[in-house]
Design a protein. Structure first.
Length: 330
């Protein structure tokens, strides 16, 4: 039998599906107050061998992430953890990797984030705010708009999320170049390495940051990076705030060195009320919420259940991470 540490609210929501695992998995439920129960009775994790865990949205919503992470890291029998996130730059994941724990990340949010990226660029291209103002003013006036068709997109980080962004862009007739650590891997799109990014920026209409935060990618977008971009280009960050030197991005926007920034992540979150980003006319701010599509949670549940089945039956895990490649984002 495998012992699974899971949020009590997730057990309640997935009771029917989890019943299929009763002969192979014992459920240890973390309650909203951080206590743990098994079969309705309180237990001490110090007396339990935890084999697997699911860092789910339930854990985060209950503000139990730290307690949950500590509980898993203390277990000497831990074998596998399913994450709710795509990015694995948190020190918790690095510590799991150091212990040799198997780890799978999530692509449940990828469809929502891909739609967010394209919708945000379309909002800028189409000028919906201009159209609405004409409507409010009862003015029969058209506005020209830029098309995604035949536009050039550089997607930095062509993983689960970046790949879906690329698919949606090409459906509009856009042209995609991807950036990966190993540009020689087979892919549906042309690839370049991180060392060739700056040399390719001058041709890009949209640059999307969808890469992991590592020591190599921290402060990737700086003055030199921005200086290579087209004056009418858009930058979209759905990766991590620390990928961008924010002061230098603001300077570029102020000088019209680039056209617009779509920012869902920031170096400090929540974004301070006094931040210039809030009221900047060339910035769209969203509160780290590009993943909030109404289908994200159900896809996350399905991914966990499929991987739980794979784990207990010694099958291949979907989205298993090569933990030897995990590097702290120092």
């Amino acid at each position: 039998m495998k012992n699974l540490l899971i949020a009590a609210s997730a057990v309640k929501r997935l009771a029917t599906q989890l019943a299929n695992f009763t002969d192979k998995v014992n459920l240890f439920e973390m309650q909203a107050d951080g206590s743990v129960t098994h079969g309705g009775e309180p237990v001490s994790l110090a007396d339990i061998d935890i084999h697997c865990g699911w860092l789910s949205s339930d854990i985060m919503a209950a503000k139990l992430t730290r307690d949950y992470a500590i509980s898993l890291l203390k277990s000497s029998t831990l074998e596998w953890v399913q994450s709710l996130s795509a990015g694995l730059d948190d020190p918790f994941f690095t510590k799991l990797a150091e212990k040799g724990i198997r780890l799978s990340n999530s692509d449940a949010q990828a469809p929502a984030i891909a739609e967010y990226v394209v919708a945000s660029v379309l909002q800028r291209y189409q000028g919906f705010d201009i159209r609405k103002q004409f409507q409010n003013d009862a003015k029969w006036q058209a506005n020209d708009f830029k098309e995604i068709y035949n536009s050039n997109w550089l997607i930095i980080g062509l993983g689960n999320i970046g790949q879906l962004v690329a698919d949606r862009v090409t459906a509009f007739g856009g042209n995609v170049t991807g950036v990966k650590r190993d540009p020689n891997r087979a892919n549906d799109y042309p690839l370049i390495g991180f060392d060739n990014i700056n040399a390719n920026l001058a041709q890009q209409d949209v640059v999307v940051l969808a890469c992991a935060l590592t020591a190599d990618t921290r402060d990737l977008v700086d003055q030199a990076f921005l200086a290579q971009m087209k004056p009418d280009a858009i930058i979209v960050n759905i990766g991590r705030g620390d990928l961008v030197k924010e002061d230098e991005l603001l300077i570029a926007l102020d000088k019209d060195a680039i056209d617009f920034a779509v920012l869902d992540v920031f170096r400090t979150e929540p974004l301070p009320e006094k931040s210039r980003f809030w009221n900047h006319p060339k910035v769209l701010v969203t509160p780290h919420s590009s993943n909030r599509g109404l289908g994200t949670d159900s896809r996350g549940d399905s991914l966990f259940l499929a991987n739980l089945d794979a784990y207990i039956n010694n099958k291949v895990l979907k989205n298993e991470v090569n933990t030897t490649e995990l590097r702290p984002a120092v």
